[in-house]
Each structure stands twice: as C-alpha cells, then as structure tokens.
Write a protein that binds this ligand. Structure first.
Ligand SMILES: [Zn+2]
Length: 329
C-alpha cells in the first residue's frame, strides 16, 4: 500500500521458485507448528460469510524484494502482522480458504518486470487457486514483449500497475501499447491510481478518467476504492461497464478507515455492490486476515451485496477474462 519509492536499486529480483509450499516453511512469529495449520479465516468466520470468497488483491514477491518492501513499510511506520518469506506468505494465502487469489506484483524500476513475471509464473503454474497478475515498468524498453509474454504465452489474468511506486500517471502515453495488448487480449489491469497513502503528481481520478475515456473496452480494477477520492472513482465505475473497484486496505484498516464516514461508506458499498471486489492486500495488513473480510457484515450490507463483493463480482470478471496459466512454457 505505501509508496516503496525508495526501495534499494541493487536488489534485482531473480527467479526464485518457492520450495516446499504448504509444508515446512517457518513462521515469522508465534508458534510455527500452530501457525502452519491454523486457517486464516476461522470456521465461524466462513460460516458467517455464508459462502465462498475470492481474494482479488494479494501480493507475493521474491524473497529479496519482499524483504526490501518490509523495510520500506517499517520505515513508513506500519505495524504489519504478517512479515515473512515468499514461502510463508504463499503458504498462508493457501490457508485462507479463498476459492481463488489474485496475486499481484509490481516493478519499482525498469529492467525487473520480465524476471518478476517469470518468477510469478513459476510460483502460480501448479496452483490453480493462484491467479497471476504480472507487471511492466513505463521505462522498460520492451514493454510490449514483456506484456505479451506474461499475458499471451504464460496465460496471466492481467497486469498490476502502481502509479506511486512506478512514478507515472495511469494515463501515461508510455503505457498505451501496454493497454492495447491487455485490451485486445481481453485481460484486466489492476491499478493503484488513488491518492492514498501519499498524494503525489502521479495519482488521482483525473488521470483515471482520461484512461477510461481513451480505452473504454479495457477492463480496469482501481485498487483501494481509489482512496482518497472514493466517491469520484465510484462514479467512474458506475458509469463504465468495464471499470471495477477493489476494497483492499479499506475495511478494518484503522489508519485508513478512521478517516472515513462509515455510514456513508456502507451506502456506497450497497449502491456499487455490482462493481466492488473484495481484496485483502495480504500480507500488507496491520490486522489479521479475517477482520476486513468479516467487516463487510459490520457495514450493515445486505446479504446479496456481501455475496457479490466477496465472490460473485470477481468470479464474473474471471469468467470474462478467462485466464488460464499455461502449464508448459
Ligand atoms: Zn496492494
């Protein structure tokens, strides 16, 4: 969620296939044995949800990059609860009980997206619950080739872009060839385009409106409800069939939720129940995994709205983009 703009530049993420998924990876805190087997959503929580759920916004990075991201979060004052390695995070995600999990990466500088995408491919190709979203950097010289490889050759569901980290507005013309490939392939792009947590020149709904106007057939999910311009991003989603929002890092995340009118937010969720996807932003959480998921109920939403947000909207998007990770590249 935070900027990560100052991540070290000397740490190239190299493909590092995860070993021992779901088996013996160490737990960063607490009793490893207990943490290994404990579900991240309790049976009572799952019963309360009333049906399956899809996590449409979770992260996984190679170990060296993930370690640098933890340092950046700590420097920004976050008290994250789930620090770990690629293996422990992936293992935990598979213990959430989620039907599918969108796994997102992003590149904070040029020259790393291709290896990052290839790494994500190795991590996801044997686990059908993982839905990979690769990335590209606006300064990559071979942007079209990078995107074609992960979307077409490797069958990724789409891309993730982070306007603050990558220091570009979402309507940056350097991304035009990228969006054309995503659009033509019928895939989706998830974009952190909102002004939270930092207001900078690269974020804001002004850019998002221009992007949607120029690529009306592009399937876009704006992350974190476009926070802090939630109402404006909501209007954009309501007016455009291919625009969605995910609500990761919004519910039960005190540093953000405390700045919102929760009654208003509940009405917003109910009104846009067809356009909002639930996402955890795991492992970048200051709460447990369950709190933001069950928090849907604490907003006073109807059962129908909860069902759409926790599962059906993401399922509908997946049915349209038809991602299928290619098993033999
Ligand atoms: Zn995120």
């Amino acid at each position: 969620m935070p900027c990560h703009c100052d991540l070290p530049t000397d740490e190239e993420p190299l493909p590092e296939p995860i070993q021992g998924l779901g088996s013996t990876s160490a737990c960063p805190t607490g009793d490893p044995a207990q943490a290994q087997s404990a579900p991240l959503v309790s049976p009572e929580g799952l019963a309360r949800l009333g049906g399956p759920f899809i996590d449409a916004h979770a992260h996984l990075f190679p170990d060296r990059l993930m370690a640098a991201i933890w340092r950046a979060f700590r420097a920004d004052g976050y008290a994250l609860q789930h620090e770990g390695t690629s293996a422990t995070v992936a293992d935990a995600l598979l213990r959430t009980g989620a039907e599918r999990l969108f796994l997102l990466v992003y590149a904070h500088k040029a020259g790393m997206a291709a290896s990052l995408n290839d790494w994500l491919y190795t991590v996801t190709r044997d686990e059908p619950r993982f839905v990979p979203f690769g990335t590209v950097h606006p300064d990559d010289a071979d942007r079209a080739a990078i995107v074609s490889r992960c979307l077409i050759d490797q069958g990724f569901a789409g891309l993730k872009l982070h306007c603050s980290v990558q220091r570009m507005p979402c309507d940056d013309p350097r991304l035009d060839p990228v969006y054309e490939i995503v659009q033509d392939a019928g895939r989706a792009v998830i974009i952190h385009a909102g002004t939270a947590p930092y207001r900078d020149a690269h974020t804001g709904v002004v850019h998002a409106r221009r992007l949607v106007a120029r690529f009306p057939d592009l399937k876009v999910v704006f992350a974190h409800l476009g926070m802090w311009e939630v109402e404006a991003f909501g209007a954009l989603a309501a007016a455009n069939a291919n625009v969605y929002l995910d609500c990761s890092s919004v519910i039960a995340y005190p540093r953000f939720t405390a700045q919102m009118d929760l009654d208003w937010l509940g009405g917003f969720f109910e009104q846009l129940a067809d356009k909002i996807l639930w996402g955890s932003d795991y492992p970048y959480l200051e709460s447990d995994y369950e709190a933001p998921l069950l928090g849907l109920w604490e907003m006073g939403l109807s059962a129908a709205a909860v069902a759409k947000i926790r599962h059906d909207n993401a399922q509908r998007l997946l049915a349209v983009i038809r991602p299928e990770v290619v098993r033999s590249v």
